[in-house]
Design a protein around this ligand. Sequence first.
Ligand code: PNS
Length: 165
Amino acid sequence: MKRGIYPGSFDPVTKGHVDVIERAARIVDELYVGVLNNSAKNSLFSINERVSMIEEITAHIGNVRVSSFNGLLVDYMEEIDARIIVRGLRAISDFEYELQIAQTNSRVNPNVETIFLTTNLKYSYLSSTIVKEFASYGGDISHFVPEQLVDRIYAKYGRTAPQGK
Ligand code: PNS
């Protein structure tokens, strides 16, 4: 069984992430979406909120499981018996950091392989940070995140969706 993990902060999950999840789930037998529980990072959504939002929007994909993890990714992979890390690459600017992480992980555990999926061009500009910035000013985020999550994101900023959206 080829078990992979798509790790990330997902604060919040975007349409770009969903696209990578759908495509990665076609490549591996079972895909974990691993949400990093990083207490050092000031997250907008709690770990439980992030996990349940991803569960909700991936409910239609049979071989996807959503979980949270603490500590090193390679240690968690050992725990769940996964060998493949999936990461999305939006632009060349992502590459240097991603290469560094991939090489470090493979140095620590040579059985681990990282595969990169190039982000769909439609979402190549998108990041969770941009979504939060837009939402915080009341901008329209409906193109950026799954429809079911839009109101929950505005609510974090004490806002409602802009009129007519
Ligand atoms: O969505 P992000 O924040 O870019 O995801 C980064 C993530 C979670 C993939 C990365 O920070 C990670 O794997 N963190 C867990 C700790 C770890 O294993 N670090 C070693 C990488 S050098």
